[in-house]
Design a protein around this ligand. Sequence first.
Ligand SMILES: [Zn+2]
Length: 186
Amino acid sequence: MTKSNVSRSSRVKVGGKNSVEPCACCGIAPDPRGRPLSITFEQPDVIYQIHPALLETWGGDPFLAVKNVGFFLRVILPVKLDGGFAIDFGTWLEIDNEDFRAAWQTWNFPEYKDLEIEGYVANQIAPFDRFPHEMVKVTVREPEQVPYLTSSEDEVFAKLLTDTWPHAKVLAPYADLLKSEPPLEG
Ligand SMILES: [Zn+2]
């Protein structure tokens, strides 16, 4: 992961000041409406390993094809955290050509809700250990959202999706982004 590969989703207006105080241990405030925090990986990691002169892509976000590399779909990895926190990592799933086309064709139609795709997570997400090259499944929770990682037969991913993780440890790599506030003086 390079720092430039992550960003925070835009702050949503909630009317008035935050009703939630920052956590005493880490200084990060849970979302005032109880929604997961959100960190987005802008591109699959492999993009950064390709010399720009050799990089040929089609599409962008949420559908990205990289010539001679593969097909990538924007997905969400939801992680449960303790202390009233949760985080949604916006990441990428490397999928096969046929699934890429199927997702593309149903994306804006009612059939989208039944979309199920298996593939490989295309970002290393700190602070978790290096992900194994194992299949995970994504499904659709809400028609307006990209698919969510929901299950995997792999132990590492199954644990990632079902356990509740210590928030201070998981959020630490993103603390600057999550705490960033406008400067006090211009
Ligand atoms: Zn904390």
